[in-house]
Design a protein around this ligand. Structure first.
Ligand code: FES
Ligand SMILES: [Fe+2]
Length: 409
């Protein structure tokens, strides 16, 4: 009996430890180190224009508070936000060509984080030479500013096909969720929720509102395959033939947590989940659409808010993106995954978590995890991903979000 309860305690401790390994992203944590093996978007380029009143903004990534600034020549810098003098925020500082000055006493830091001026100190003081703050590489691509918080040398910033193709335009929807990144990202590995959250529940809500219902569909088969950049999810709907591209090709969850889904006519959407800290996650709904013939190329990639709550702060149970965000957030700030009951229907989620834990171990052994690219030949002209031509289920007529009428999957 005693042995049993000791075993029980041991198992619970292991589950708790596994939960921590999967969810915590701060510096020094196992998942935090794994996450630092990837470039993450830290802002949209339009949020940090050089002609802004103050061309510096606060950003937070993987639990680190940072200041992102743009100099007159257009180049970007990313440094720790806290001034090492007496702690004021550099994100309210003065941007100069070669660095950023603190607003409080004007200590100046260059883009490598070295303190290069302390005007409040006596002439000839060498005190500044001892002072350095964290500074990180940044690159712009596809309308985003991407940051590298990991060990140097950084690998290549992946050139995803639809983000870099000259015949595509993009826009960025932004959602800010007060919950852990994993419960956001693993939604992609749970294909069955479409039948319930997006079909059964949608119809429940629509009936209560006196609206028409949408057709229901059932999955016939599901498959998940680990590949070079993550996991491909495949589904076959009842009534579709075995050569349906949703089954023969599927679409990927790009590690660590970005889904790529296909809508129609070449419109593809990346759902980029960025861990801000342990209890906050940004989703960038990154729409990439082929440019219509004769239309000029866009000059910048616009952003728009994709809210999960209405203006009264209530969830929006009849909007598709908001439905997903409702079930992500209501799990809690960091859900206790050890208290779940994963069954047959959750095998995609189980595989995702198992694979992430294996990838964490690779990083602990000093190896590159799945999806890290160091060979320029792989990154040129762009990286193609498996993506079915077009999803094939009937949500038309149901609002997906404030900006488009097709669902996430
Ligand atoms: S607090 Fe930044 S210079 Fe004094
Ligand atoms: Fe969904």
């Amino acid at each position: 009996m005693e042995q049993g309860s000791a075993g029980q305690r041991g198992r619970t401790d292991m589950q708790r430890e596994r939960n921590e390994r999967l969810t915590r992203v701060g510096p020094g944590t196992p998942m935090g180190k794994y996450m630092r093996m990837f470039w993450h978007p830290v802002a949209a380029s339009v949020e940090i224009r050089k002609d802004a009143d103050l061309p510096v903004i606060p950003v937070k990534l993987l639990g680190e508070r940072l200041a992102l600034f743009r100099s007159e020549d257009g180049s970007l810098g990313l440094v720790a936000e806290r001034c090492p003098h007496r702690g004021a925020a550099l994100s309210w500082g003065m941007v100069e060509d070669d660095g950023l000055r603190c607003p409080y006493h004007a200590w100046k830091f260059n883009k490598s984080g070295h303190c290069v001026d302390q005007p409040s100190e006596p002439e000839g003081s060498k005190a500044k030479d001892r002072i350095k703050i964290s500074a990180y590489p940044v690159q712009e691509m596809g309308g985003f500013v991407w940051a590298w918080l990991g060990p140097l040398p950084a690998p290549l910033l992946p050139r995803w096909e639809f983000a870099v193709r000259e015949d595509y335009d993009q826009d960025i929807g932004v959602s800010r969720l007060p919950c852990n990144w994993l419960q956001v990202a693993e939604n992609t590995m749970d294909p069955l929720h479409i039948e319930y959250l997006h079909m059964m529940y949608t119809n429940y809500v629509r009936k209560r509102k006196g609206l028409s219902t949408i057709p229901l569909r059932k999955h016939k088969k599901l498959a998940f395959e680990v590949f070079e950049y993550g996991i491909v999810k495949k589904r076959l709907w009842e009534g579709d033939s075995d050569d349906s591209p949703e089954w023969t090709v599927g679409h990927p969850q790009i590690f660590p947590g970005t889904a790529l889904v296909s809508y129609h006519n070449g419109w593809n959407q990346f759902q980029i989940r960025v861990p801000v800290d342990d209890t906050n996650t940004i989703i960038y709904w990154y729409n990439c659409r082929p440019r219509e013939a004769g239309k000029p190329k866009q000059t910048e990639v616009p952003i728009w808010e994709n809210p999960w709550a209405d203006d009264k702060g209530k969830y929006m149970p009849d909007q598709l993106n908001a439905q997903d965000m409702m079930v992500m957030i209501t799990q809690g700030d960091i859900t206790d995954h050890s208290a779940e009951n994963l069954l047959e229907a959750d095998k995609g989620v189980a595989l995702y978590r198992r694979t992430l834990l294996e990838e964490i171990e690779k990083v602990e052994r000093g190896e590159d995890p799945l999806g890290v690219i160091r060979d320029p030949a792989k990154n040129t002209p762009w990286i193609e991903l498996p993506i079915e031509d077009e999803i094939n289920f009937a949500f038309q007529g149901v609002q997906a979000s404030a900006a488009y009428d097709f669902p996430d999957v």
